[in-house]
Design a protein around this ligand. Structure first.
Ligand code: NAP
Length: 339
């Protein structure tokens, strides 16, 4: 099979498409012929050598894919050969074929395209898990969403629309504000030209927000916490401020770490605020929880309430371009790799 290899940490030129032995499914596993795979901020960080959970290089990454089950391992009956599925995968999805535990392969509706299905697991699970499990969203709440035009941000905006009268504040470059409005964002904010903390305070008459979705880290955790009203939640799920385009950026990382606040339980109690963390890549032991959430997302898709926005589809030979699209912040919605 062919796969996109990260040959060593570095810029997008370290990516190579190589012939690799096609994996065989073991007991309890299935082999999926990949039709489309999602590309995420995490895999781009892995290529730069800035993602602690990545396998050692040379490696094949890829947290999600959609395709057709083509071979069953010992003891597996479902999903049957020929079933169209999507899955959250512990790496290896950027390949023609991937082997996964049978329990992780979720059948997809006939009407759902593979590219759309590949855009769902990481982005929608992250947003859904935050909005409906960690800090359950209620009508009329106010939510601040950072990186709002990206994959997770777009999913979060769509999911907020499923709860009545939720008011959203989305930070993104000004050129992406039409996209934000189309996804239901009440107040797009150009964080590059104005201080979003002041702007959110102004727009809420000083009251602040109920929930902050923060994948930026560093001093933004501080700003988000300050913006919380009583009973508000700051959910931390990324550290994008710790890196920049190109290879490793250790100075940026150290700078962002130095600006990261520490929260004492007694101050949280005194402030009536909650700080929570989410890392989908550390939830492999909670398959039941993830599958329940993924099933709920598929139901919302069937009802027309959510729909992935695809920024672009790149074949493996153009994987470097796909990486750069995310690395340089050009994407609006999801970047897809196609064997
Ligand atoms: N913990 C988890 O389980 C989990 C799961 C999925 C994703 N994440 C995290 O969620 C974040 C978003 O992921 P994604 O895949 O949705 O990203 P994405 O689609 O690549 O979105 C990136 C966009 O964010 C904006 N941005 C704002 N500040 C940025 C910064 N400091 N560095 C880079 N981009 C910045 C850029 O747009 P503009 O600046 O033009 O607006 C960029 O286009 C990442 O931090 C990722 O690690 C975490």
């Amino acid at each position: 099979m062919r796969a996109v290899w990260i040959t060593k940490p570095g810029p997008s030129s370290v990516l190579e498409v190589r012939e690799t032995p096609t994996p065989e499914p073991g007991p309890g596993e299935v082999r999926v012929k990949v039709a489309a795979a999602g590309l995420n901020f995490a895999e781009v960080s892995a290529r730069k050598g800035m993602y602690p959970d990545a396998p050692p290089t040379p490696c094949i990454v890829g947290y999600e894919a959609a395709g057709v089950v083509e071979k069953l391992g010992e003891g597996v009956r479902e999903p049957a050969v020929g079933t169209r599925v999507m899955a959250l995968i512990r790496f290896g999805a950027h390949a023609d074929h991937v082997v996964i535990p049978a329990s992780q392969a979720m059948p997809i509706p006939d009407a759902m395209g593979f590219e759309e299905a590949a855009a769902i697991p990481v982005n929608y699970l992250t947003a859904y898990h935050i909005l409906f499990r960690i800090a359950p969203l209620r009508p009329k709440q106010r939510v601040l969403i950072h990186m709002a035009a990206g994959g997770v941000g777009t999913a979060a905006l769509q999911l907020c629309r499923t709860v009545p009268d939720v008011v959203t504040f989305g930070t993104a470059s000004a050129s992406k504000h039409d996209h934000l409005r189309a996804q239901g964002c009440t107040h797009p904010i150009d964080y590059r030209s104005i201080d979003y903390e002041n702007e959110v305070r102004r727009l809420t008459d000083g009251r602040g927000v109920d929930l902050v979705l923060d994948p930026l880290g560093g001093r933004d955790f501080r700003k988000g916490y300050r913006l919380l009203r009583s009973a508000g939640h700051l959910v931390c799920y990324g550290f994008a401020n710790g890196q920049g385009p190109g290879g490793r950026t250790p100075l940026k990382l150290v700078g962002a770490l130095a600006q990261t606040p520490l929260y004492h339980p007694l101050s949280l109690m005194g402030d009536n605020r909650a700080v929570a963390g989410v890392n989908l890549g550390h939830l492999w032991h909670e398959q039941e929880m993830l599958l329940e959430e993924l099933a709920a997302i598929v139901k919302l898709w069937e009802a027309g309430a959510v729909k992935p926005v695809i920024d672009g589809v790149y074949d493996f030979a153009h994987a470097a371009e796909a990486h750069e699209r995310i690395e340089y912040g050009r994407n609006v919605g999801k970047v897809i790799l196609k064997p």
